[in-house]
Design a protein around this ligand. Structure first.
Ligand code: AMP
Length: 191
């Protein structure tokens, strides 16, 4: 299996690049942000609980997102692999993911970290917010908070995957096609 953690701050282009990669490699795209937004749209209890955190740009509790990922892994045991997008976001989530994947006998292949300057992240998110209607992409202070939460709680995962020799930093500036090319170059080298 090819199991990729697509990593980076909000606005780095994880979702866009995941779309490219799933079509090239027939992987299952697991975005915890998308899964949570589906729960909100469905009006579920879990969705309502998550919304309160998401509206502030805070992280949803680990056990909620870990449970969602566990269900998806169980439901797709015969997949060719997974792209994790927006997950893991804390060290506890990364540890839980390792446990779940070990159970399936298929570890993380690589962590591809998209690196984008802060001002570019803010510009991209505000521009996405105009079209997507996502409330957390429309307010500059919520966006700033999401980036701070990333720096504080999520960026330590770079060290976590470096220790496992799985970290690859990728320049996330430039055209969508150029960035996709950089990602593919690294994926092709895996095995
Ligand atoms: P995203 O679509 O990845 O930008 O996520 C949108 C929001 O969903 C985040 O700001 C968090 O509130 C929540 N979220 C998504 N994924 C996670 C995660 N792995 N852990 C905690 N909260 C998450």
């Amino acid at each position: 299996m090819l199991n990729i953690v697509l990593f980076g701050p909000p606005g780095a282009g994880k979702g866009t690049q995941a779309e490219f990669l799933i079509s090239s490699y027939e992987l299952i795209h697991l975005s915890t942000g998308d899964l949570l937004r589906s729960e909100i749209a469905a009006g579920s209890g879990l969705g309502m609980e998550a919304k309160a955190y998401m509206d502030k740009g805070e992280l949803v509790p680990d056990e909620v997102v870990i449970g969602m990922i566990e269900n998806k892994l169980e439901a797709n045991k015969n997949a060719k692999g997974f792209i994790f997008d927006g997950f893991p976001r804390t060290t506890d989530q990364a540890k839980a993911l390792d446990v779940l994947l070990n159970r399936l006998g298929t570890p993380i292949t690589a962590m591809l970290s998209l690196e984008v300057e802060k001002q570019e992240l803010i510009d991209r998110l505000l521009s996405r917010g105009k079209n997507s209607g996502r409330a957390d992409d429309q307010d500059k202070s919520i966006i700033e908070n999401r980036i701070s939460v990333y720096n504080e709680k999520t960026s330590p995962l770079i060290e976590y995957y470096k220790k496992q020799d799985k970290y690859y930093g990728i320049d996330g500036m430039g055209s969508i096609e150029d960035i996709a090319g950089r990602l593919k170059e690294i994926i092709e080298k895996q095995n």
